[in-house]
Design a protein around this ligand. Structure first.
Ligand code: FES
Length: 165
């Protein structure tokens, strides 16, 4: 069963219509976005379904998922905090920031808090190198950026999420 095709035939058709029939593989990014919205992450099942729709090998699509920080191959928390630890940010203390943030939350990089609320990840450059420590937060609603952070300011933000019933 191809769940994406069954649930979103019109959306998929409209997406494919934007590209010439012999280049439908170009629709891979919007279909990954659709799959992530549906499954919460890019599962093996989602990869298989996109592969069938576009007639592109699963491995090729999987490589894209690994490359882009906006796609995830594992389920995560409601809030996905992605801290840049690339070299320029590391020179501004990003690694220590990440480590202390994890310590405060009682998890390690890549893990999710037991309540399923927060996942913490280390990512490459987010184009704010002179404003580190910085991170982006991904939720189902979209993406927000938080620059010039301290562990205190990040925890203050996190506490606002924890207080939402
Ligand atoms: S290196 Fe971290 S934002 Fe560029």
């Amino acid at each position: 069963m191809n769940r994406l095709q069954e649930k979103y035939p019109t959306e998929i058709e409209n997406t494919l219509a934007k590209y010439p029939p012999d280049q439908k593989r170009a629709a891979v990014m919007p279909l990954l976005y659709l799959a992530q919205r549906e499954y919460g992450y890019i599962s093996k099942q989602a990869l298989q379904e996109i592969s069938e729709i576009l007639d592109v090998p699963v491995t090729e699509i999987g490589q894209l998922v690994g490359f882009y920080t906006l796609y995830h191959d594992q389920p995560g928390g409601k809030y996905r905090i992605q801290v840049c630890t690339d070299l320029p940010c590391a020179l501004r203390g990003a690694e220590e920031f990440l480590e202390q943030l994890c310590e405060n939350l009682g998890i390690r990089v890549g893990e999710t808090t037991p309540d399923g609320l927060i996942t913490i990840e280390a990512v490459m450059c987010l184009a704010g190198c002179d404003r580190a420590p910085l991170f982006q937060v991904q939720t189902a609603e979209g993406l927000t950026y938080h620059e010039n952070q301290s562990v205190e300011s990040a925890m203050k933000l996190i506490r606002t999420w924890q207080s939402i019933p």
